[in-house]
Design a protein around this ligand. Structure first.
Ligand code: SF4
Length: 683
């Protein structure tokens, strides 16, 4: 089932003329680099940055430089297969596409006939962020067949909901305008790992005299280079932001002119911030009160001031309120209206691409929160999930409460399809595996969500083995289920044309002519000059009633830390320099390291390189300890996206994460895992 050929190919061994093919990276990363891929004899030799995109300017991350190892690696899926071993063993019989698709169609028909369409659960996330690989013909298939719907809330749901409620997802400050700022606050984000092309702009800002504040439980290299670092306790960002609001309101530093003209419900925010004195916020967040006050003063006194809102602050029970409070700061502080001032976060919605090519309305079927996959597979009965169709994601290692997810995948009466590029930890549990093309083997649209750029990615090599693009496979399934009219497009090129035609003219037309599209408001919009909130009244809503109703304790209300005496340590799982979520995790075979502060290690009698168990009531991970002075006391860290082969016992950090949800938008609470650590030798 998998490719035995050695990964990669050197130009010397291949010989012959080389061709450099331009494309773009659609993976789940803010930057969407333009790429120059060197191809020889139809094989990828090197992957590098091209100069086409001036922001990503000729260099790329080390992760995608290695992407050829995925394309030609031993884990690559080359043919469709039907399971012959036990669930989880990963043994499959090679079959034709026709046999595999017929098998899937038969099972989908049987499930619908016996238990209804909702017994089928499509499951996907951001394995590719491209417009061709997600929410295209796949959406047509699920909607027309009446399956359960999936709430894709694994990441960015709370920050996205906050940005929508406050500003209607107004375009935010782009990388090129960072050097204009005199103060930059990086809040819950580490662009040295994700979004590396921001770093030169940050350095330029610092060289021009900008002050840098980093808010992160870890003393990252960026935090070391900052003027102020606030190593907040995970889950407490909301109270720090509320203390800043309180300072602005009580000292008469809130911009009342701006609030009167452009915002509503400032009084409600002020009232919720009132209890958060610097002393109280310091006691909760574990950061010195004088440091908090210093940052609040800096923010109040400096313009242009820019807050970069990341995703680290949303991954906990208070994540929605934290994102709201952080994003509300430039409105209360009066930081809009100047280049380099305001806020910066995901710009993915700024292109106004509404995907009109999905021409079927969403049915009113069961909505399954993707963070509850374990529950859905094990507990849902009305109807039970009979067919699970996984693509663009690897839930066995990315979704909370791993042991429940795995137990669900082991169900003998569950029919699981995994449509993937490589044999992931999830694919091992499939009844049918389908080989998917990578972005280097097909067309896709690479839409950045840091800079404002969108590019058309093209195939640089032929499909490897019998891999097929998403568009073609979902088109084929639609056709076999009788869901497509003859005249409807179903192949990759037909769909490419349909998407290009359906894009706003300023995007589709420019992409077709080979130009770099620029949004109608310009490539470097100034907030409240070139763009205004897309809310119904074009005002900033600082206290949306619907969010206050949805949040269990109310909006901007702090929910206490879930630590217990038995499990006192907060486990975080930040992105690493090896994987993009779990993509490329197959290349990281080394034992992952748990990072722990020396004081925490000392009280447990642990030293560097000890084998340890990290555990709580949900599970237990065995790995090696790295004593790490730059992580705050009381917090430990395992990397995000590791595969089961990365730990000693085949259990990853998601096994320790509860499947509880954020206060707003049903996001995952990865940073609410509370654990204990002990030596494996003494266990
Ligand atoms: S993952 Fe990000 S930095 Fe790496 S090549 Fe893709 S867009 Fe560029």
């Amino acid at each position: 089932m998998t490719r035995s050929k050695a990964a990669g190919a050197s130009p010397d061994r291949l010989g012959g003329p080389a061709l450099v093919v331009e494309t773009a990276c659609p993976l789940d990363c803010p930057d969407a680099c333009s790429l120059a891929v060197r191809v020889q004899h139809g094989k990828i030799v090197t992957i590098d940055g091209s100069e086409k995109n001036p922001v990503t300017g000729g260099y790329i991350c080390a992760k995608v430089r290695r992407f050829g190892e995925r394309v030609y690696g031993p884990d690559r899926l080359l043919y469709p297969g039907i399971r012959i071993g036990g669930k989880g063993e990963g043994r499959f019989r090679r079959v034709s596409w026709d046999e595999a698709l017929e098998c899937i169609v038969d099972r989908m028909k049987a499930a619908k006939a016996t238990s209804g369409g909702e017994s089928i659960l499509p499951y996907s996330y951001g394995g590719s962020n491209g417009l061709m690989t997600q929410d295209n013909l796949d959406a047509t298939l699920w909607r027309r067949w009446g399956t359960s719907r999936l709430a894709r809330t694994l990441c960015a749901a709370p920050t996205g909901a906050a940005n929508m409620a406050l500003y209607g997802k107004m375009a935010s400050v782009t990388y090129e305008d960072y050097p204009e700022a005199r103060l930059i606050i990086l809040w819950g984000v580490n662009p040295s790992i994700s979004g590396i092309h921001l770093i030169p702009y940050l350095r330029e800002a610092q060289n021009r005299g900008a002050r840098l504040v980093v808010i992160d439980p870890r003393t990252t290299p960026l935090a070391r280079s900052a003027d102020v670092h606030l190593p907040v306790r995970p889950g407490t960002d909301v109270v720090v932001a509320l203390a800043f609001h309180r300072y602005l309101f009580t000292r008469g530093l809130a911009d009342t002119n701006f609030l009167d003209r452009h915002a509503v419900h400032a009084a409600e925010l002020q009232e919720r911030a009132e209890e958060w004195t610097f002393e109280k916020a310091a006691a909760t967040s574990g950061v010195d009160a004088t440091l908090l006050e210093h940052v609040a003063e800096l923010y109040a006194q400096t313009s242009p001031a820019l807050v970069k809102c990341g995703w680290g602050l949303e991954r906990n029970r208070n994540g929605g309120s934290a994102a709201m409070a952080v994003l509300a700061l430039p409105a209360v502080g009066g930081k809009f209206g100047v280049r380099g001032g305001g806020y910066s976060m995901s710009n993915s919605a700024s292109w106004n691409i509404e995907r009109p090519w999905i021409d079927q309305a969403e049915p009113d079927t069961r909505l399954v929160n993707m963070n509850h996959l374990g529950r859905a597979l094990l507990d849902y009965n009305d109807p039970p999930v009979k067919v699970l169709f996984v693509y663009n994601c690897n839930p066995a290692v990315t979704v909370p409460n791993q042991s429940r997810v795995i137990k669900g995948l082991e169900r003998e009466d569950l029919f699981t399809v995994v449509f993937e590029q490589v044999m992931t930890d999830t694919a091992l549990y499939a009844d049918v595996v389908l080989p998917a093309t990578t972005f280097l083997e097909g067309y896709d649209f690479a839409r950045a969500y840091g800079p404002l750029s969108i590019d058309l990615g093209k195939p640089v090599i032929d499909a490897v083995g019998e891999a097929r693009p998403n568009a073609e496979v979902f088109g084929e399934l639609c056709a076999r289920l009788g869901l497509l009219d003859e005249h409807e497009p179903s192949g990759e090129l037909d769909l490419l044309v349909r998407v290009l035609d359906a894009l706003p003219p300023e995007i589709g037309g420019q992409l077709q002519s080979g130009a770099r599209p620029v949004p109608p408001y310009g490539a470097r919009p100034i907030q409240f000059v070139d763009v205004v909130p897309n809310t119904p009244d074009h005002k900033v809503d600082l206290f949306p009633a619907a969010l206050d109703r949805d949040a269990p304790a109310g909006l901007y209300r702090y929910q206490a830390d879930p630590a217990t005496e038995a499990y006192p340590l907060a486990l975080i799982s930040p992105a690493s320099d090896r994987t993009i979520s779990s993509t490329l995790g197959e290349l990281t075979r080394a034992d992952v390291k748990l990072l722990m502060n020396p004081a925490d290690a000392a009280v447990r009698g642990l030293t560097d390189n000890d084998l340890v168990r990290v555990f709580n009531e949900l599970g237990e991970v065995h790995c090696t300890l790295t004593v790490f002075p730059t992580i705050r006391q009381g917090t430990v860290s395992l990397p995000k996206g590791i595969w089961r082969r990365g730990t000693r016992n085949g259990v990853t950090g998601t096994a320790l994460v509860p499947d509880t949800l954020t206060d707003i938008a049903g996001g995952a609470c990865f940073n609410d895992a509370r654990v204990q650590v002990a030596s494996l030798a003494t266990a």
